[in-house]
Design a binder for this molecule. Structure first.
Ligand SMILES: Cc1cc2nc3c(=O)[nH]c(=O)nc-3n(C[C@H](O)[C@H](O)[C@H](O)COP(=O)(O)OP(=O)(O)OC[C@H]3O[C@@H](n4cnc5c(N)ncnc54)[C@H](O)[C@@H]3O)c2cc1C
Length: 301
């Protein structure tokens, strides 16, 4: 395997127009505001560039990570000696009650587009700081809804070809989709929505947003809920019952506002502190309630 430095020089030679950034960090690109330096950071605005870069990544067996909005991610403080591909395909099209959009579009923007076009269904997602691609992979959801419920089809790639799958083939279930545990790249998603009144849709979105801000530590860096819902009960309830509310390791704190969130309360939390806190929660809840909590967030070491 070649070094990342050598890889960058090869990439520049073959595709001189590719913009490669070498001074980026995960701290800058995650909502947790944690994580180390990135060997090469490439923002993908068009599919051709993606295939060019990916061809060389595969040829030279370079480590890579596909990044959306970084809102469900805890990245190590150690240097990532590979390529981070930020999916920035943000185009969209409205057609017969559908929004067909690039996977890099933010969920915030998606809801705003739905409001403007009197399309109802995605109100619950208003305020989730993720991208469409990340949302599909995780089957993001809340308040009894999931993104998969509104998908008609998805275009994705393995770096060789572009494939299409329809909703029934996408295996959506609680925080799970066909893409979970696979190294595939979601490119485009079609959402099928229903017609509604612009005012009603907007009002519902704003109400959801208000509810989020009231119940979640929205003003502090975090990655949302750390754990999935266990078979019985709710992770935050178990955590609170273990008297862990407000418990800290360095800059990492179990939020007093919502025990399911860990916050980087002073902006100085490290990967190790957050990880130690996750382990502490899991161990305490297991001991007290015999419940195994499973992480919802992606941990990148
Ligand atoms: C304040 C706050 C509130 C939140 N509320 C909710 C909530 O209500 N419900 C909920 O479900 N989540 C919530 N989250 C978590 C998070 O926002 C969602 O899971 C979101 O969908 C993740 O999207 P992302 O683009 O940020 O993904 P990232 O964090 O960038 O990546 C997550 C995973 O998806 C993969 N990925 C990203 N883009 C692509 C792509 N195009 N193709 C293939 N793989 C890709 C990454 O490789 C990684 O494995 C919240 C987070 C925060 C910080």
């Amino acid at each position: 395997m070649i070094s990342i430095k050598k890889f960058i020089s090869i990439l520049k030679k073959y595709y001189p127009k590719t913009e490669i950034r070498t001074k980026e960090t995960f701290k800058k690109h995650t909502t947790f505001k944690v994580g180390g330096k990135i060997g090469a950071f490439i923002e993908i605005h068009d599919i051709k560039t993606f295939f060019n870069v990916f061809e060389l990544i595969k040829k030279y067996k370079i480590r890579y990570f596909i990044l959306g909005a970084g809102s469900n991610l805890l990245a190590s403080d150690k240097r990532f000696n590979g390529v981070v591909i930020k999916v920035a395909l943000n185009d969209y099209l409205i057609k017969e009650g559908r929004i067909i959009c690039g996977a890099g579009l933010s969920l915030f923007r998606l809801s705003s587009i739905a409001i403007e076009n009197c399309l109802s269904g995605l109100e619950w997602s208003y305020g989730i700081p993720g991208s469409v691609g990340g949302g599909i992979k995780m089957n993001a959801g809340c308040y009894g809804e999931e993104i998969g419920n509104f998908v008609e089809f998805v275009y994705y790639t393995d770096g060789n070809k572009i494939y299409k799958k329809t909703k029934t083939e996408l295996d959506f279930s609680y925080r799970h989709s066909y893409f979970t545990d696979k190294n595939l790249v979601i490119l485009k998603v079609c959402f099928k929505l229903s017609k509604g009144s612009k005012e009603d849709i907007r009002t519902k979105c704003y109400e959801i947003y208000k509810k989020r801000k009231q119940s979640q530590p929205y003003n502090l860096p975090s990655a949302g809920s750390i754990f999935k819902r266990p078979k019985d009960g709710f992770a935050p309830v178990y955590i609170e019952k273990c008297n862990l509310k407000g418990f800290r390791y360095g800059g990492a704190e179990i939020s007093s506002k919502h025990c399911g969130f860990i916050v980087n309360y002073n902006g100085k939390a490290t990967f190790k502190q957050i990880f130690k806190l996750i382990c502490k929660i899991k161990k305490t809840v297991l001991k007290k309630f015999d419940i195994i909590l499973e992480e919802e967030i992606i941990i990148l070491r």
